[in-house]
Design a binder for this molecule. Structure first.
Ligand code: HSE
Length: 438
């Protein structure tokens, strides 16, 4: 049987998972794809740490460049992360015409244009199934399964750490910090957990999904990003009382000839499937104009789920190489025309507002007037009794569809008029079960 040589850059959590998957299912894979995948070299700075898998020590090296250049290595897997060394290594492999498989969403989001152009110039490709939603084959779904469709909307729970934290906070009523520590201990969080909880990991993944859906590179500055760091238990509870669950969501929509890409904590109706996605699981809802709504879910982080996605790319690339082709390039940017991005201020959706109001006559009237003057119509309102010592009461308002800049301006005016005792909480509401508005 034909052999294809693999070089693995990065023997960390996912790297060790790839080795384990190949050891466990190598025969099964060979039977399925008609090619044997042979691990030829593994490069890492630390050659001694126990990774829970046994490998022949002669495969290990600290010299990543030598691994890439080794003629016995046909495919390079980049799992070292970061955007500096990883970029250098990926470019080096592509210059040699070697296909690259990567899980590195930050690298693709920041340098995708350069990387895909170099791959194309060298008649090879970059595969990245593991970069979005771990073990969920969403890249392949967009590239192949849904190729017949114009993509109207994508909603994604794309960060396992955030979903794990939100689930823990809701179910076990633990603090944000406690839940984050558990996520880190389980190996879900990025080395810098700020990437997860401040929304940037989700934004990198959203950029990749949007690039596949619309054939464009999405600059990070076009994505509105908010994290879950400041989210309070009170908002999770109020949301539940109104029939919603708070999820950290990537929202990608084609609206009136523009594309909007945003990442923020979002209220999702309890009865939509996305709401029941718990823990480290990810889920992506894709609306296509031909197929309608489709949903994909599975483990979005961790050693073996991510390895499953890496090995799926390996199988595809190995088949291509075995068929004699370096030709089957894959670039997400198959331009579908010029796209303009909708500025966040123009985005329209429903809102959850939690206002801390001075407990005095007429104040709710002021709020209703200011909101009304900005074209914001109220759908529900809830006011709790003030606590005994408090001068303020919490009022939670759910609005009908409103324009973001109007909401922000209304909040600014209420603050200016000193109606509020604390910064207002403004969360967006999305209902993926309702047909798109335009
Ligand atoms: N830190 C990421 C997550 C890992 O929690 O989803 C996969 O990108």
């Amino acid at each position: 049987m034909k052999e294809i040589g693999i070089g693995l850059l990065g023997f960390g959590t996912v790297g060790a998972g790839v080795v384990e998957a190949l050891q466990r299912n190598g025969d099964l894979l060979a039977g399925r794809i008609g090619v044997r995948l042979v691990l030829r070299r593994i490069a890492d700075v630390d050659l001694d740490r126990d990774r829970g898998v046994t490998v022949d020590r002669s495969l290990l090296t600290r010299d990543a460049a030598a691994l890439i250049d080794d003629p016995a290595v046909d495919i390079v897997i980049e799992l070292i992360g970061g955007t500096t060394l990883a970029r250098d290594f990926v470019l080096r492999a592509l210059r040699l015409g070697k296909p690259v498989i990567t899980a590195n969403k930050a690298l693709l989001a920041d340098h995708g244009g350069e990387i895909f152009a170099l791959a194309a110039a060298n008649n090879t490709g970059v595969w990245f199934e593991a970069s979005v939603a771990g073990g969920v084959p969403i890249i392949r779904a967009l590239r192949e399964g849904l190729v017949a469709n114009r993509i109207d909307r994508i909603f994604g729970i794309l960060n396992g750490t955030c979903n794990y934290i939100l689930t823990k906070m809701e179910r076990e009523q633990v603090t944000f910090e406690h839940a984050l520590k558990e996520a880190q201990a389980a190996g879900y969080a990025e080395a810098d957990p700020g990437l997860d909880i401040d929304g940037f990991d989700t934004a990198h993944k959203a950029a990749i999904l949007a690039s596949l859906a619309y054939g464009i590179q999405v600059p990070m500055e076009k994505i509105h990003v908010e994290g879950i760091r400041g989210l309070s238990k009170a908002d999770i509870e109020y949301a539940r009382d109104f029939g919603y669950r708070v999820k950290q969501l990537a929202v990608i929509k084609a609206v009136g000839g523009e594309v909007e890409v945003r990442v923020h904590p979002t209220l999702v109706p309890h009865d939509h499937m996305l709401s029941s996605v718990m823990g480290v699981f990810n889920a992506v809802v894709v609306d296509g104009d031909i197929v309608g709504q489709t949903v994909y879910t599975g483990r979005g982080a961790g050693r073996l789920p991510t390895a499953s996605a890496v090995v799926s790319d390996l199988a595809e690339v190995a088949r291509i190489l075995a068929d004699g082709g370096r030709k089957a390039r894959y670039s997400p940017a198959s331009p579908s025309g010029k796209i303009t991005f909708r500025p966040m201020g123009e985005v329209e959706c429903r809102y959850y507002l939690r206002l801390s109001l001075l407990d005095k006559p007429g104040i709710l009237g002021v709020v209703a007037t200011v909101l009304g003057q900005h074209g914001i119509s109220l759908a529900s309102i809830l006011q709790k009794e003030p606590n005994r010592s408090g001068r303020h009461v919490s009022v939670v308002i759910l609005t009908h569809r409103a324009v973001e800049k109007n909401i922000m301006e209304a909040m600014r005016i209420l603050e200016e008029r000193q109606a509020l005792g604390a910064k207002p909480v403004c969360l967006r509401i999305e209902d993926p079960g309702i047909e798109k508005a335009s």
